[in-house]
Design a protein around this ligand. Structure first.
Ligand SMILES: Nc1ncnc2c1ncn2[C@@H]1O[C@H](COP(=O)(O)OP(=O)(O)O)[C@@H](O)[C@H]1O
Ligand SMILES: Nc1ccn([C@H]2C[C@H](O)[C@@H](COP(=O)(O)OP(=O)(O)O)O2)c(=O)n1
Ligand SMILES: [Mg+2]
Length: 192
């Protein structure tokens, strides 16, 4: 049974940055759904490359069958760990239902880390991210924020209702955000 922490928040809220630090210090393995999709997009012979690229540019969400299989394969391929940080997933109802169907009995959701950050700060961060991504531009970001507000935030609300969500405000400096995130993990691991 894989132990999973979902990491959600608007684009640019710091999910990847914080997950990398947690992975380094707390023995969780960081799996970014976006990174896995970008790798699949590039994979020689992938039948999904063009589909993934169009969703990424358009700020829309790739069908869960693709994303969830990439995540499950990555978990299977990973060595033993305290758990998996599933970064940027589930991003909509299709993701959530697809996860429940595919991962039923195979994964336990320990909690959901929600990084909340004002959108203007998030947009600024993405425009300055400097990773050469095809979706860090004004046009794509406008659509990604719309997707987040209309499709992802309801998923966060769902996890809040089931008392699984742990919110950390992430407009502050990284170290301050990370210190609060560590406290969330310590608290959650104390309860196990
Ligand atoms: N707390 C923070 N303060 C300032 N910049 C940040 C902070 N967290 C992340 N960043 C920067 O903002 C950009 C987006 O961060 P990233 O972790 O990629 O966010 P996400 O994965 O949520 O899109 C990166 O360039 C990162 O270095
Ligand atoms: N569950 C997911 C996660 C990402 N994607 C696609 C659509 C997203 O806009 C892009 C980029 O996701 P990613 O998490 O890397 O983006 P941010 O780190 O939040 O800026 O990938 C998806 O279709 N389904
Ligand atoms: Mg990211």
């Amino acid at each position: 049974m894989h132990n999973v922490v979902f990491v959600l928040g608007p684009p640019g809220s710091g999910k990847g940055t914080i997950c990398a630090k947690i992975q380094e210090n707390l023995n969780y393995v960081h799996l970014s759904a976006g990174d896995l999709l970008r790798a699949e997009r590039q994979r020689e012979g992938s039948e999904f490359g063009a589909l993934i690229e169009s969703h990424i540019r358009n700020g829309s969400i790739v069908p869960v069958e693709i994303t969830c299989s990439l995540l499950e394969n990555a978990m299977k391929a990973s060595g033993d760990a305290k758990g998996f940080l599933v970064d940027g997933f589930p991003r909509n109802e299709d993701n959530l239902q697809g996860w429940n169907k595919q991962m039923n009995g195979k994964a336990f959701i320990q909690f959901v880390l929600f990084l909340s950050c004002p959108v203007p700060i998030c947009i600024e961060r993405c425009l300055n991210r400097g990773q050469g991504r095809t979706d860090d531009n004004e046009e794509s970001l406008k659509k990604r924020v719309e997707t987040y507000n209309q499709q992802t935030f309801p998923i966060i609300e769902h996890f809040k209702k089931s008392e699984l969500a742990r919110e950390v405000k992430s407009e502050r400096p990284v170290d301050e955000v990370y210190a609060d995130v560590v406290n969330v993990f310590n608290e959650a691991n104390k309860q196990k």
